[in-house]
Design a protein. Sequence first.
Length: 298
Amino acid sequence: MILGIAAGNEQISTKFSPRGLCAHARYTWECLTNCHAAVQVCSYNALMTTPASAQRAQALFDELLADPGYASGERRFPRRLSRDEAADLAQGLAEQVDRGCQARSEVARKQSLPIVCSVGCNGCCEELVMVYQPEAVAVTRWLMRPENHAARDAFLGAYAAWKAAAGNAAAQMADCTAKGDNAAYMKLHIAQWQKRLMCAFNQGGTCSIYPVRPIACRNAHAVETAAFCNGANDGSRPAQRLEFAPLDDYVNSAKKALRAAHNSLGEPRNRPAALCEAVFNQLRTLLDAAKKRARRAE
Ligand code: SF4
């Protein structure tokens, strides 16, 4: 493994050899680690001892990635997913990403390149977080639990101001994603970030949906300093990013699985949405339906 600061840019990289994956399952973080580290004993058999829920998530992950057309939207997935299946997938992938992030932190610490993200440091929450529906459904499901009503009420209270300030940036960014125009997407993303609009889930400096936050929020990290993480950055000097090939590859696969799951929910093809907006719309539908049921029962 080689780690060093590449000349001419601010990126710090780790390189594992060989890259490339075996034909076995790739759902678990460890499986990818072993492939990248060229460990001789494959961990595939370990999956057989995982709980049934993890095995279901594993099977769905494999199904969704079996044909690249499901994620690109060129092929229709053979069945429509339930919203619970999609949410379970999102949560399962998030747990794997957390494990990968821990491993990345350990590698960085050993190389004296500490990841400095900590409680209360929330500059990255000024970025507009775009998600596919499975991640939004996972957040909505969590917020609908009675024990999380305070977080739900705080979000609903903050949403109107957030939406007024956000304008239609999310719709424009979704158009870019659906068309595959990454350059235009990044331009809009940076312009939006520089508005310094705090995520409506951020309450008093901390994330109110921390256990179910999307992968984009879990994978964000600052190396050495967080000074470049907020929207005050003019974009000329990006925040330092630690490349960690096993995790980067895993996150790419997870994003493809989430997009395939989004398409198979019958959502607009390849079109993400702002996390806040998607969750607000889902909550409104569920809460309106609950009110109607209560009125009918009276
Ligand atoms: S979901 Fe949480 S971590 Fe992600 S941007 Fe919003 S407040 Fe920050």
